[in-house]
Write a protein that binds this ligand. Structure first.
Ligand SMILES: [Zn+2]
Length: 174
């Protein structure tokens, strides 16, 4: 039975799809390698953080959690919890996918921008898309990864760290 468009039940019914945004940044520190989008990249630096510092995975995790109004990565994986030290961020992303699924959503599509002067993203992009799509349970073509520099400006321009912005669409499974 379909609820009348003006009924309270209709107004309460969740929309068929939602969008979420995630942002993350990490500082570079020696030694390498660094991990981005679940892919180890040869470098003299890694990304500092309690986990493996994978800013791509973290931004996507927050985007899908945000889309489902299901909290954020800091709530799911506290940096005060020793169990999260050096943690594989792809594993954290998988846990977020499960949390979102429990609330009746599945991920449809993800787009992420990596903003850094180094490393160059293009040589690793297809590997990242493969790892991320596997973790998200979507097709490779549903994951977009783009690299941008900050044109030498500010802390990113000075090579101090990396920033990532991700947008995710989730669709209702009910
Ligand atoms: Zn992070």
């Amino acid at each position: 039975m379909t609820a009348h468009p003006d009924s309270p039940a209709s107004r309460l019914h969740p929309p068929a799809s939602r969008v979420g945004v995630g942002y993350d940044s990490h500082r570079f520190a020696p030694p390498g390698p660094l991990v981005l989008g679940g892919v180890p990249i040869p470098s003299d630096f890694h990304l500092e953080g309690h986990s493996d510092g994978d800013a791509v995975a973290h931004a996507i995790t927050d985007a899908i959690l945000g889309a489902a109004s299901a909290g954020d990565i800091g709530e799911l994986f506290s940096d005060r919890d020793a169990a999260n030290k050096g943690r594989d961020s792809i594993e954290m992303l998988r846990a977020a996918v499960v949390r979102v699924a429990e609330r009746g959503w599945h991920v449809q599509q993800v787009d992420v921008a990596i903003i850094a002067e180094q490393p160059r993203v293009v040589p690793y992009r297809e590997l990242m898309r493969a790892r991320l799509s596997d973790a998200l349970g979507v097709r490779v073509e549903d994951v977009s990864v783009k690299g941008k520099t900050n044109e030498g400006m500010g802390w990113i321009g000075r090579g101090e760290g990396i920033a990532c912005i991700a947008v995710a669409t989730i669709v209702s499974t009910t």
